[in-house]
Design a protein. Structure first.
Length: 175
């Protein structure tokens, strides 16, 4: 059954709203997957904070027109499932990579990140990007290191003095 104009408008508005708040997006070919496998993909995506939607390419082009994912418009051909990372840039790539390991028919064709269309071969690089919490912990470790080294260096001076005095005391006691 064909979609009415109102339904098409609703789909375009929904996808555009999601795309405006997303960090990254992928387009993957899903031809040959069963309904159960697609449901499994949606469950994994929902758990990872990824929005997954199968949209007609013409509607997707309209939805992505005023977003940073407009770079994907020319490459939207054939049956594609669009997925948008809502929590961090690497979440959508991690879900796609994990799903593609067990499903040969699922092939990532498009990756968009920060307004740039990336090659599908860079899926691993995007998947390895840290989450917000991981990036924050790495930043805190970098900020903590100089202070920690300074305090250990400052603590070494009195420690060396104490060890020297103890060695002199032990030498006098032995004599």
């Amino acid at each position: 059954m064909a979609l009415t104009f109102a339904e098409k408008e609703a789909i375009v508005a929904e996808v555009a709203d999601v795309a405006k708040s997303a960090y990254s997006a992928i387009g993957a070919e899903y031809r040959g997957l069963t309904v159960a496998e697609m449901t499994d993909l949606r469950v994994q995506a929902r758990q990872a904070g990824v929005y997954v939607r199968v949209v007609k390419n013409t509607l997707a082009k309209r939805a992505l027109a005023d977003t940073e994912f407009a770079c994907m418009a020319d490459a939207l051909t054939g049956p594609l499932v669009l997925a948008f990372g809502q929590q961090d840039p690497g979440s959508v790539a991690r879900v796609a990579k994990d799903f593609a390991k067990t499903h040969d028919k699922f092939q990532v064709r498009l990756i968009a990140l920060s307004g740039q269309l990336l090659d599908a071969a860079e899926l691993d690089k995007v998947a390895k990007m840290p989450t917000y919490e991981e990036a924050l912990s790495m930043l805190m470790a970098v900020m903590k290191a100089p202070v920690q080294k300074l305090t250990s260096t400052l603590n070494e001076v009195p420690g060396k003095l104490v060890r020297t005095v103890a060695a002199v005391r032990d030498a006098k006691e032995a004599a």
